[in-house]
Design a protein around this ligand. Structure first.
Ligand SMILES: Cc1cc2nc3c(=O)[nH]c(=O)nc-3n(C[C@H](O)[C@H](O)[C@H](O)COP(=O)(O)OP(=O)(O)OC[C@H]3O[C@@H](n4cnc5c(N)ncnc54)[C@H](O)[C@@H]3O)c2cc1C
Ligand SMILES: NC(=O)c1ccc[n+]([C@@H]2O[C@H](COP(=O)([O-])OP(=O)(O)OC[C@H]3O[C@@H](n4cnc5c(N)ncnc54)[C@H](O)[C@@H]3O)[C@@H](O)[C@H]2O)c1
Length: 496
């Protein structure tokens, strides 16, 4: 490996520069996987983390939210089948047991296990806030104010993720102390009344979870649909499911102002929301699920000529654009290509491979689907929304495919008409769609909505990402009697 000479000089108050091959800033799932790849290739790798090793995903996002949602699906599945329905009766979830299981999935917000994994993998950990200090240089400010200067012989990877974004200019919002994903995945108690603002993935999943745990939930959606980036029937069926569970779903509604004050005759503070039409709603907590912003405001981007606070623009190898020397990478949420843990981990593997190739003096293979191109981010990023019913989708929606100029047709099928689905649950309701590219005769998108469809998704991901010709897909036989048999009807529709 080549080892460029460091030109770093200690900044005032900092200790002597410490040299590594690779510095990763942010130890979420993405940063961990970049570090894993570079360490596995023999590069001396250090990872910098300001909070918990494991990132948002492990403690305040994917894991706790799915731990809250899994019991909802398990109970719904038991209720959907005569025989087990009688066994579980009409009882509700046991909130204490669900919250305790959630706590164990977050390791009680302790990262010892992840730290052990870093050590066993040969990755060094520096705790503190990382900032770029110049080319290949990162300063780390520890909680006690101490500062260290790290210097990378080869690469720095920014994997600092994203944070919740709240709308600007809403009177009373800050004083209302709204829940973000952190409180909404970590709350030790169940609020009696919860308002959820935002009809995206976070909004619908957490409305589902807290309703099932006993909260009265009102979901306030600015637009006219839930999950607006997915096939329209996904949002429609999820809205039906939320309403059937007792959630008050309201479209075309904006929150004009909020006020938090003590409830009459009670010390528990409550929040009053004034809606656009003047209606007043009083709840115990309000969750804002209104999107994400990059955690780049304070990572020293200005030191390397970039604008702080924005998403980091990268090429397909996750190399940051506008930086000379190919030493700065950005992967995961922070580059805004696909805000999903699995895509972050995928980008991490591509980033790690690119760093190693450049360190070894090899050129990159950045052709589409090449070893150093995260092509699947745009072509085939799968996503599961763990609501009841579930939504599982990969690739392009019909609308997105048409907007991209493809000549496509959509083939839809009622999942309830599939033998495996009717065995899965009595009165099973669901729908499937594939988007078929008529010119290339491959699938460019697939969406499934219904109970238990999440595990169907990888077959569709293989078909879309693998660009499997429809004539060959015809021979991929789904087992009888599974929900996957819907593929037979979908493929008939492509050929017909
Ligand atoms: C409620 C919710 C549920 C979700 N559920 C799913 C799901 O089911 N499936 C899915 O695929 N995705 C899900 N996501 C999205 C997923 O959480 C993110 O895509 C994923 O966490 C991104 O990983 P990351 O490593 O890029 O960033 P993060 O997980 O945000 O990690 C970034 C890390 O960098 C650290 N950091 C930041 N700045 C600095 C700094 N200056 N110095 C040192 N360290 C720093 C942070 O402390 C953090 O540990 C969910 C998101 C939310 C909000
Ligand atoms: N199961 C999963 O894969 C999963 C689960 C949760 C989150 N995530 C990821 O996390 C990311 C963030 O999710 P999210 O739901 O916060 O963001 P989002 O962008 O998916 O949805 C935010 C919604 O809030 C609405 N909104 C924005 N400003 C508003 C305002 N002022 N008032 C009312 N509504 C407003 C938007 O129109 C949008 O529909 C997503 O990109 C998603 O991929 C994934």
């Amino acid at each position: 490996m080549t080892s460029p000479q460091s030109t770093a000089r200690p900044t005032p108050g900092a200790t002597a520069p410490e040299e590594y091959d690779v510095i990763v800033v942010g130890a979420g799932p993405t940063g961990e996987n970049v570090a894993d790849r570079t360490a596995a290739a023999g590069l001396r790798t250090v990872i910098v983390e300001s909070e918990l090793v494991g990132g948002e995903c492990s403690y305040w996002a994917c894991m706790p939210s799915k731990a809250l949602l899994r019991p909802v699906a398990a109970l719904a599945d038991a209720r959907a089948v005569a025989g087990s329905r009688e066994a579980v009766g009409g009882g509700a979830l046991d909130p204490a047991a669900v919250l305790a299981r959630r706590d164990s999935f977050t390791s009680h917000w302790q990262d010892d296990g992840q730290v052990r994994w870093l050590r066993d993998t040969g990755i060094e950990l520096v705790r503190g806030h990382g900032r770029l200090a110049g080319e290949r240089q990162v300063t780390v400010e520890a909680e006690d104010g101490g500062e260290r200067l790290l210097v990378a012989r080869h690469a720095v990877a920014i994997c600092t993720g994203s944070r919740p974004v709240l709308p600007q200019g809403v009177p009373g919002l800050a004083d209302a102390r709204p829940w973000t994903n952190r409180e909404a995945t970590g709350s030790p108690t169940v609020p009696r009344r919860l308002a959820v603002v935002g009809g995206g993935v976070v909004g619908v999943e957490l409305a589902t979870a807290w309703r099932a745990l006993g909260s009265q939930v009102v979901l306030l959606v600015r637009g006219g649909a839930l999950l607006p980036r997915m096939e329209p029937f996904a949002g429609e069926l999820v809205a039906d499911g939320l309403r059937a569970a007792g959630v008050d779903v309201r479209f075309g509604t904006e929150v004009a102002s909020l006020e938090r004050r003590a409830a009459d005759g009670d010390d528990a503070p409550e929040v009053t929301l004034v809606l656009g039409d003047g209606e007043r709603l009083t709840v115990d907590e309000v969750l804002y699920a209104t999107g994400r912003a990059p955690r780049t405001a304070d990572v020293g981007l200005e030191q390397v000529g970039l604008h702080p606070g924005g998403w980091l623009d990268v090429d397909d190898s996750c190399t940051v654009l506008g930086i000379d020397g190919h030493w700065l990478y950005a992967a995961g949420d922070v580059n805004h290509r696909a805000l999903l843990t699995h895509q972050g981990k995928y980008q991490a593997r591509i980033t790690g491979a690119a760093i190693v190739a450049r360190a070894e003096g090899r050129s990159l293979d950045t052709a589409r689907w090449g070893a150093h191109a995260a092509s699947a981010d745009s072509a085939g990023a799968p996503q599961v929304v763990f609501t009841h019913p579930e939504v599982a989708a990969v690739g392009l929606t019909l609308d997105a495919a048409e907007r991209a100029g493809l000549r496509v047709k959509a083939i839809d099928h009622d999942l309830g008409a599939v033998a495996g689905a009717s065995l899965y649950g009595d009165d099973y309701t669901g729908r499937a769609r594939v988007v078929f590219d008529l010119d290339r005769e491959v699938l460019v998108g697939a969406s499934f909505v219904g109970p238990g469809v999440s595990e169907l998704l990888h077959s569709a991901t293989v078909a879309v990402v693998g660009e499997v010709p429809i004539d060959r897909l015809w021979h991929a036989v789904p087992a009888y009697p599974t929900i996957s048999e819907v593929w037979l009807r979908l493929l008939e529709g492509c050929r017909g």
